[in-house]
Design a protein around this ligand. Sequence first.
Ligand SMILES: [Zn+2]
Length: 297
Amino acid sequence: MKLLYLLPMLFLTACSSQAPKAILSEATATETFIDEPVTSTGRYFAYVPSPSILIFSETRDWRHEEGIAGANLAIMKAAKEMGHGYFTTEHSGIFNEKDLARFDVIVFNNMTGDALTPEQELAFAKWQSKGKGTVLLHGAGDDSHQDWSFYHNELLGATFVSHPMAPQFQPARVEILQPTHPVMAGMPKDFMAIDEWYTFDAPPSDDFIVLAGLDESTYSPVNTVYGDRSDLRMGPKPVDHPIIWSRCIGDMQARVVFNAMGHRYESYETEETLLLLKNMLNWAAKKTDPQSQGCAK
Ligand SMILES: [Zn+2]
């Protein structure tokens, strides 16, 4: 009954000259914000120290709420220890030439989906070609970035297939395959971690250096819950199942390092993963490897 009384009122409101305008302008503003990020050169300058680490976690596909929060906190702490500034944002408007110039390293913290416009992707590629560093975490390496071929092929270099679902999170042994690489400085030769373990269609090409791999005998690489592939094995040896890899690109040796671990908040609380994160940031910023020895195959 109440609804019947309300209907004529709603109709009248919608037809009045005042109310619909307000509703329309709100909706338009929201849509503009989500679908057409503003290229806002200078918008952030007053607040961002330089050099800094840009931590970007916009999601247009699966959102790792816990992983994003855990990584943001851990990266901010690491940045302070490195003497770097940091800036976290989920707004891709910062991907313009002038704003990106303030950053040495960009972390794609569980970024998913088509988060950047073509112009913003070009601004990133131009920034990166100057020898800058990029760190990709977990969801940033899933299969939702294939529209951006440079990112998918040159930065990531492998196509995500699936991960176990029953159970989703399992302990597994990670083996360090390049113990002398700066990203692995201070790391034990292997360690156990609990995570959502990604499987890829194949290891990355020889352009990349596989730094760590997964021992499939220590967890159940199976997903019978969804998808058309239940057997998620890549091979019996850790080198067959890469989990962390890096690459140096171009004359300026721009660096990129990807860690497929990092779904959970707790993923960023263990001693090993915190050291790894700090090493990745330092290496990407060319702080620990100024001669690019970690780029040599
Ligand atoms: Zn995940």
